[in-house]
Design a binder for this molecule. Sequence first.
Ligand code: FES
Ligand code: FE2
Length: 408
Amino acid sequence: MIKNFWYAIEFSEKVTREPMRLTILGQELVLYRDTQNNPVVMSDLCVHRGGALSDGFTEGDCIRCPYHGWKYEPNGACIEIPANPPGRSIPKKARVDAYPSVDRYGWIWAFLGDLPEAERPPMPELPHFDNPDLRRTTGIYEWDVHYARALENGIDFSHGAWVHGGSFGNRDEPEIEDYNVEYINDLSARATIDFMPNRAKGLWSRLYKSDKERAPIKVTNTWWMPNVTLLEVQLPFGFQRLFNAHVPVNENKTITKWQLLRDFFKGKWADRDAERRVIKIFNEDRPMVMAQRPELLPYDLAAELHVRSDAIQVAFRKTRNKYLDMGWGIDMHRIRAEYANYQAVVIPSPARREVPELANAWIMKEVPVKGQDEPDDSKLRRPGDPRRSAKRSTSTNGADSDVYEDFN
Ligand code: FES
Ligand SMILES: [Fe+2]
């Protein structure tokens, strides 16, 4: 779990004037739209008695806590305390954390962290959403897994032939030629392979004239920090692009909110078929990811064995580690062990750093951070620990050229 990134957290169309509650990174957030239709994202924790703002209601651009009626502006400041007699001032500390938010690419994005604007990692720039000719279908899947495991599954080439051998993949042709990982910037990378698909079934079989047309297809996987992936499949009859926002509810639960853009079969009549194909594939993935141990993605790159075809996931792990090393990892272990139900914590918002006069105005404690987010591993390998980046040879003679060790 990492702070200081723009997270895609909800479908745009789900967020209305009616407040809604979302749990992200183990924290409760409230979402709604102001009178201009702009999204508002705040901590869902009223500083008065810990009430849930999401159970309240909007009034103009503001939201009112249902318990004692405190009214908060979108910037998190309380502007009304109904029990106070007229003329009594509002304490400076009557404020909740409010997070910058943007409505783009069919999702609401929130910057969950306290970096000032100039220092924030930028929002991902996602391709294809500006093309009005593409047909969009959406859905969700909910897995009891850490989001980084779900994300890696989304960019994993080599399981395709295997796990999906009964659907689009083909177990008889699982080889993957070496490919290059192309970094788009510090926050994103992609790679393309030739993939031998299975025979098309159902609706799609109409598009192949004969089985002879079965040839390798281009498959591209892209990831953007912290939680978005794209699977692009160039079928003989068109492009299918599956964008996934792997929304981290907490360490053990991920809700992936997906959007499928396709440039063929663009009528509404084909939506159900497109949806069914996506769901079938996710259901094939689910037991694999649910079974993975450890549940959290290892911080130590040598803790699992990579081969060449895993290069795109290794690139993700390396990038993620870089940001964990910067001290952005939320210490979930400490939150559970020390704070438990006694102390509510929140992800600090930019106002905590940007507005000096508010430096001491925060009632809610910030989430503690550490350099990485694996509680058990952290005892062994803190950032700066020389063992952290040590390459481990997995072969006894040091000549095992199939082990992918491009860690540095
Ligand atoms: S708990 Fe929100 S107003 Fe009292
Ligand atoms: Fe899969």
